[in-house]
Structures are given as structure tokens and as C-alpha cells.
Design a protein around this ligand. Structure first.
Ligand code: PMP
Length: 405
């Protein structure tokens, strides 16, 4: 297509854009519909209509089903009515409101730390939080499966960066023994529940290692809050490790808490430092009132209705057990709300997802470069709202679709 009239540069010519165009053309020539950006015509439900077709969805990380909770919706609505939609200022200069302090207090209480700071995005929380703490004299060791926001934050910080083979704590020990002395601060960054593979790290051993080598430990609880632990408090509760043993607890408001934003919980001095130095906090607008109110309400609901956590844990374990019994390869998935179904290469994953869509099961393919080419998969997010019958149906349809491929 020609460049729009009056444009000086035609972005169709951007060399970096070529692979994207080629990928789209390849999908078309294979007769496969683009699996991403399908139009979801429904609100928060496990049974949405997507491009006109009723689906049973496993594509939402509303783990406890709180996004449709009337109390949460009412809290957001009241907050808009009282405070407006936008905060219209950064926290530092005019945007500070009681709902920010209430949310931070509730998060610190839930996590068992001295204090907390919230950011407008989970992604920005990692990028800017890591950037505020680490610099060129420092070393970051992060898991190979750490989220993009961690690797981007590590790259931008200017610190040296080493990638730990997934959950390989022997490698971590060895690297720290050899390299610790060369650096000022060392940060170990892991996830509470890995978002592509559905497994967890050995927190007790991580704490022991980081103490011995004088490193900081950061845990990203995006997918473990509300999911792990008897009351959903995450990895520390699941592993029986005291919260203060982890230096930096990071999480998002966008999954279990049915809102949008991110947070870091930890010592009061850490939070004070981030509020002064994290550019994505200092130079960004304050969290909008309805989002703060929704997240605070979600935390209260999680505490008041722990049966949601128990139900989610039972449903996810059921998915794991049924899938294994049906001969489905669930990779490293441990039965904790994020369950991969390993299918082989990217093309097979696209075909599997398309076949499931035909059968009314909405599970998205995860393909290269998000995962290695031979480890393409479908990813199922299990929520507390999925019934036992729905879990069983999803597993049966998946087994059938895979064997028909
Ligand atoms: N960390 C992890 C592990 C994530 O999976 C995500 C996004 N899914 C983020 C951080 C970023 O959070 P958000 O989407 O809330 O910006």
C-alpha cells in the first residue's frame, strides 16, 4: 500500500516491520485466522461471545472471579462519582488522595510488610522499580522465564545481567560464588508463579542463598497473589517463609485484584526511596480512583471469602489431574491456575488453538518468541468461576482436538 498522502516516511518500509508482515501473510496463506486480538463482545465472564461465537474462556487472569463482583463494581462506580475518572496529577504534585493510602496500607497488611507503593502499571512497576535500585556497578540475576518487564528493567538499569536457567538454584549458587565480589548490589529476580509454565521457585532455598551471598531477592507475584497459599497471600504463605525474608515483593493489580496497576511491598525505607526515585512513579499520573477503590475492595473480598481461593486451587488441581489422565502433556505446570498444554512447534499451537475455538474452548497459543520454538503451547488460566463440569469439558475437548491434529 502507498504511504498516506503528505507522509514523509512510509512505515511499511521499516526494516524491523518486515517479519511482522511476513508472519501475517504466512497465517493467511495457511488459512489460519489470526488468533490474537479476537473481539470479545462480553463483560467479565467465563462464557463470553467472541467474534459472534459462544466460548468457554481460559484466557482471563481474573483468578478469583472478582471482576464481576457487585461490591467491586459499586466501589469503582462510587469512586468515579466522588473523585472523577482521572487523578489528573502525579502523586507528588497534587494527585495524592486517601484511596492511594488506603490501598497501599491494605497491600502492606496483606503482604506482611512495613509499607507499599502503587504504580499505574504492573509492567512499569518492574521497569522503573528495578531502574531505581540498580545501576552500572550492580548485578541482576533473573530467571530465564522472568516476565518481559523484568528483563527490560534490568537492561535499562545499566546493571550487569545474567540469566538463570529456569529455577536452577545450583547455577545461582555457583554464579554468586564466582561473581558476587565484582559488584556493589546484587538482585535476584524470580516469579511467584511462572506465567508461561505454571511452576514455582523454591523460596526457602532462595532466601538461604541470597542471605549467604548478601544479595537482594525480588519476587514478582503477578500470578501468585490470590492463587497460592491458604488465604491467597501468595508464595510466602504457600512456602511458609516469613514475608520479611524477601527484600522486594512486587505484584500487579491487574490479575486477582481485578484492577490495573502494580505495587512494591517492603521496608518503609525501600518504599520511601521508590517514591522519590522511581521515574514511573515520580513522573507519572497517580492511580485513578476507581482502580484504587476496586483493588482495595478486591483485597477485602479475598480476605472475607477465602472459599474463592480454595475453589480456584481445587479447580486448577482438577485440570492438572484430568489432563494428565487424558495423556495431555502439561509441561512444568503444577496445577496452580496457570496450566500449559505443550503441543510442539508454533504452527501446531496455532492449529490447536484454532481447532479448540471451533469447539467453543478459548485458550490462546503461546508461540515463539514468547517461548522457545519447540516449546509452543496453549495456555489455560483456570479461575474460581470455572465449574468442575467446565474443567472436564475443556480437558476432553483439548484431548480430542490434539488427537485430531
Ligand atoms: N509481571 C508478570 C509476571 C506478568 O505476567 C505481567 C503481565 N501479565 C506483568 C508483570 C505486568 O503487569 P501488568 O499487565 O499489570 O502491567
Amino acid at each position: 500500500t502507498p504511504a498516506p498522502a503528505g507522509a514523509d516516511y512510509d512505515f511499511e518500509d521499516l526494516p524491523e516491520h518486515r517479519p511482522i508482515r511476513l508472519q501475517l501473510a504466512a497465517l493467511e496463506s495457511l488459512g489460519l485466522e489470526h488468533p490474537f486480538y479476537r473481539l470479545n463482545e462480553s463483560g467479565p465472564t467465563t462464557a463470553p461471545v467472541i467474534e459472534g461465537r459462544p466460548q468457554l474462556s481460559f484466557a482471563s487472569y481474573d483468578y478469583l472471579g472478582l471482576n464481576a463482583h457487585p461490591e467491586l463494581i459499586a466501589a469503582a462506580r462510587d469512586a468515579v462519582a466522588r473523585w472523577g475518572v482521572s487523578a489528573s496529577a502525579s502523586r507528588l504534585v497534587g494527585g495524592e488522595r486517601a484511596h492511594h493510602r488506603q490501598l497501599e496500607a491494605a497491600l502492606a497488611k496483606m503482604q506482611g510488610t512495613e509499607d507499599c507503593v502503587v504504580f499505574v502499571s504492573g509492567h512499569a512497576t518492574n521497569v522503573t522499580g528495578i531502574g531505581a535500585l540498580m545501576g552500572p556497578q550492580d548485578l541482576i540475576l533473573h530467571d530465564a522465564l522472568a516476565h518481559n518487564s523484568v528483563t527490560v528493567g534490568a537492561q535499562l538499569s545499566g546493571a550487569a545481567r545474567l540469566t538463570m536457567p529456569h529455577n536452577d538454584l545450583d547455577w545461582l549458587e555457583d554464579s554468586l560464588a564466582r561473581r558476587r565480589g565484582d559488584f556493589r548490589h546484587v538482585l535476584i529476580a524470580v516469579e511467584g508463579l511462572y506465567s508461561m509454565d505454571g511452576d514455582i521457585p523454591d523460596l526457602a532455598r532462595l532466601v538461604e542463598i541470597k542471605r549467604r551471598h548478601g544479595a537482594w531477592l525480588m519476587v514478582d507475584e503477578a500470578h501468585s497473589l490470590g492463587v497460592l497459599g491458604a488465604t491467597g497471600r501468595g508464595l510466602a504463605e504457600h512456602c511458609g517463609v516469613p514475608p520479611a525474608a524477601v527484600d522486594i515483593w512486587m505484584g500487579t493489580l491487574s490479575k486477582t485484584l481485578a484492577s490495573c496497576g502494580g505495587y512494591i511491598c517492603g521496608q518503609a525505607a525501600l518504599v520511601r526511596h521508590l517514591k522519590a526515585r522511581a521515574s514511573g512513579f515520580v513522573f507519572s499520573v497517580a492511580l485513578a480512583a476507581p482502580l484504587a477503590a476496586a483493588a482495595t475492595t478486591a483485597l477485602a473480598l479475598m480476605a472475607r471469602e477465602p472459599e474463592r481461593v480454595a475453589r480456584l486451587q481445587a479447580r486448577a488441581a482438577r485440570f492438572r489431574d484430568r489432563a494428565r489422565a487424558a495423556g495431555i502433556d502439561t509441561g512444568l505446570g503444577q496445577g496452580f491456575a496457570v496450566m500449559p498444554v505443550m503441543v510442539g512447534d508454533s504452527l501446531r499451537a496455532l492449529r490447536a488453538s484454532a481447532a479448540l475455538f471451533e469447539r467453543g474452548i478459548y485458550a490462546l497459543p503461546i508461540v515463539h518468541p514468547a517461548v522457545p520454538e519447540r516449546q509452543a503451547r496453549l495456555r489455560f488460566f483456570i479461575t474460581a468461576e470455572h465449574t468442575e463440569a467446565e474443567i472436564d469439558r475443556a480437558v476432553a475437548e483439548t484431548a480430542a482436538a490434539l488427537s485430531a491434529l
